[in-house]
Design a protein around this ligand. Structure first.
Ligand code: UGA
Length: 443
């Protein structure tokens, strides 16, 4: 099938590359000329395991093309995916200007039947707006061309995006007519062979499914963070509580890891956007507001622990920080807890020696010439001359460090762990105190 994808961010690029990988012909369009030039050379703008080789060999095979030419892009595919960004407005609502601009372009340039597919996470009701935007442009041209709008939200996780796309748990397709249903069935046939993974529903339900799924996952995390904070005060250990809870299959072990708050481009934005949609429809989503509030507060917990340890006086202290990205296997720093921590440390007069396996360039880009920030080449270098160690991201290489080396390198024998990677006794053997999340024993 011939497919056009608008937007070469995470969702667009992964979708395009993976659809090409199973034999479809894909054209990815982006307004960013430099990005398109690099993609044509096989250089991908993000760190995503497994994506580069797929982009490279499908580009070489001619199944994956890149363009900045809107007319060419619209003309190319019978299926037109919209995968551009939907940033949060100040009030938390999703800003649809990019989505609707693409819809307008499709209406402006299309000459035959198209299925317009919303792949970006968009509020309930967006498909109607997309339909209006396409129709508006067709009317301007006095063109009578048929089209359908479909909601097909993406569920990939950063760091596992290629795997998630190639082996999806489910493929949600929201459509209000038969013709696009048949086309989407054919499109996803290669991903659907062992058992039926496509779930068809109406457009609005598909749009809501995406938000509800992310909001549910975010709720699990905020719930656990709240129980962790409680465990700390009650002298209980959340890691025991987590295992005890997870063993109930109705609860399950997934997504109940407490930490220093969820980040990324999805959960914070989507929880706020769904709460905003609720308000728009005169419903106060109290649970969603609480999920967001608990998470915002959780991002301050590590700072509070460090500050408390030093009696509230952090001036002149140097903190070694391991992990900057919002989670492992990505260089993404959007809404990362590390940012809240660093900014609070700087405001308190402390400086940071940071290391992350992938997010160093991104940190440099976000904080150019930041006084009080030193980016270090290795996790060991970050320790040199530091007062204490703080961990924000659970990268594999932080899981079993040389505790003796840590104890020798830092001035105060203390580790603050925002991801509960260690056992208090392991650190105790090396004379290190251990402050983690929700572990009442030593807090
Ligand atoms: C999330 C969802 O997991 C995907 O299913 C969804 O498709 C995607 O958003 C999206 O809407 O595009 P992602 O943001 O890439 O994916 O990252 P996650 O792996 O879900 O992690 C999100 C945050 O939650 C991270 O900061 C992570 O550290 C935190 N987290 C996760 C916890 O604090 N505890 C957990 O138990 C799990």
């Amino acid at each position: 099938m011939r497919i056009t994808i608008f937007g070469t961010g995470y969702v667009g690029l992964v979708t395009g590359a993976c659809l090409a990988e199973v034999g479809h012909h894909v054209m990815c369009m982006d307004v960013d000329q430099a990005k398109i030039d690099r993609l044509r050379e096989g250089i991908i703008p993000i760190y995503e395991p497994g994506l580069e080789p797929i982009v490279a060999h499908n580009t070489a095979a001619g199944r994956l093309q890149f363009t900045t030419d809107v007319a060419e892009a619209v003309d190319y595919g019978e299926l037109q995916f919209i995968a551009v960004g939907t940033p949060s407005d100040e009030d938390g609502s999703a800003d649809l200007k990019y989505v609707l601009a693409v819809a307008g372009s499709i209406g402006e340039h299309m000459n035959d039947y198209k299925v317009v597919i919303d792949k970006s996470t968009v509020p309930v009701g967006t498909a109607d707006k997309v339909r209006e935007a396409v129709r508006g442009k067709l009317l301007e041209r006095s063109a009578d061309i048929d089209f359908d709008v479909v909601s097909n939200p993406e569920f990939l996780k950063e760091g596992a995006a290629v795997d998630d796309f190639m082996k999806p748990d489910r493929i949600i397709v929201g459509t209000d007519s038969d013709r696009p249903q048949e086309l989407l069935r054919e499109l996803y046939y290669p991903f659907n062979r062992n058992h039926e993974r496509v779930i068809f529903m109406d457009v609005r339900s598909a749009e809501l499914t995406k938000y509800a799924a992310n909001a549910m996952l975010a709720t699990k995390i905020s719930f656990m963070n709240e129980v962790a904070n409680l465990a700390e005060r009650l002298g209980a250990d959340i890691e025991h509580v987590r295992r005890g809870m997870g063993s109930d299959p109705r609860i399950g072990y997934h997504f109940i890891y407490p930490g220093c708050g969820y980040g990324g481009s999805c959960f914070p934005k989507d929880v706020k956007a769904l709460a905003w949609t609720a308000r728009e429809y005169d419903y106060e989503a109290r649970l969603l507001d609480a999920v967001e509030a608990v998470n915002s507060a959780q991002k301050h917990v590590l700072f509070d622990k460090v500050s408390h340890y030093y009696g509230g006086d952090l001036a002149g202290k140097t903190v070694a920080l391991w992990g900057l990205s919002f989670k492992p296997k990505t260089d993404d720093m959007r809404e990362a807890p590390s940012r809240v921590l660093m900014e609070k440390l700087w405001a308190a007069g402390a400086s940071v020696q940071a290391f992350d396996p992938e997010a160093m360039e991104e940190t440099q880009r976000i904080y150019p010439d930041q006084p009080g920030l030193q980016l270090c080449g290795t996790k060991e270098q970050a320790l040199k001359g530091a007062d204490c160690l703080v961990i924000c991201t659970e990268w594999k290489e932080f899981r079993s460090p040389d505790f003796a080396q840590i104890a020798a390198a830092i001035r105060s024998p203390v580790v603050f762990d925002g991801r509960n990677l260690y056992d208090e006794k392991m650190l105790g053997r090396h004379g290190l105190s251990y402050y983690a999340i929700g572990r009442g024993l030593n807090q």
